[in-house]
Design a protein around this ligand. Sequence first.
Ligand code: NAP
Length: 280
Amino acid sequence: MIIDGKKQAEIIRNEIKKEISDLKKKSGKTPSLTVILIGDFAPSLIYVKNKEKSAREVGINSEIIRYPKNVSEKDILEKIEELNKNDEISGILVQLPLPSQISKEKIINAINPSKDVDGFNPINVGNLSSGYDSIVPCTPLGCLLLIKKIESNLAGKHAVIIGRSNLNGKPMAQLLLKEHCTVTIVHSKTNDLQNECLKADILVAAVGVPNLIKKGWVKKNAIVIDVGINKVGEKIVGDVNFDELKDNVKAITPVPGGVGPMTIACLLKNTLTCFKARLT
Ligand code: NAP
């Protein structure tokens, strides 16, 4: 089975749109998302434009604040502080990567955890790893929603996650632990990657190496989620060799059209969560 991330993302966006419309009628308020974009890195420009467009489509007010590449860290921290204090702002996102004069750690720490729609602030990371309610990073959240569409009860499943980044691998592991999976995280220093992958009932690849996972690396009844986005020539491919695996696993996400659309849908979901928390 091929998991249609575009379709699942559309379903989520429609649910969000309806909920926002109902909440607007009841409260008279509108959720809003502010994105800070520094420099003119082409992929970031595309991501930010897509985020803004998707937010508007579901009824979220969205603003992009742009800065030149040489902006100071102090200016960005002051802007974040201003946005933290502004009750009209539900969510703040600073698009990564950042230029070298700006500390990613300081920026992530400066965003009020209750407005941290990316779920990167250590308070949210800590809440997630403690098993408490938290804002969860968008891509792993999207992966979990896709996995649960295929299998609602994940208790006892062996999940293998390739990659240990703060963005993907680590929060993915926490989410699957919360679902009572047995979780293995593998990375570039892991011995015998193939053998570890063969243990997976659920395999999540968040690596950045094109077609790393091949036929013979995954069990027949496994669910395979491919987070990777890799440019090979003019084509975008994942970390999984889709053509080799698609008829040899239980379910698999394509690239593009799998995890990518879910990431944006989950950003909107997180913005709505932050907005609702402020209403109560
Ligand atoms: P990252 O920070 O570079 O982390 C990659 C991880 O993969 C690291 O833990 C690294 O191990 C591991 N790794 C690298 N080569 C490996 C190998 N040969 N075997 C086993 N493990 C290996 O990347 P990321 O930010 O998590 O992103 C991963 C991929 O997802 C990228 O292609 C990115 O473009 C994509 N992505 C997609 C979305 C989406 O919406 N679909 C969102 C974000 C990212 P070490 O820790 O040992 O170095």
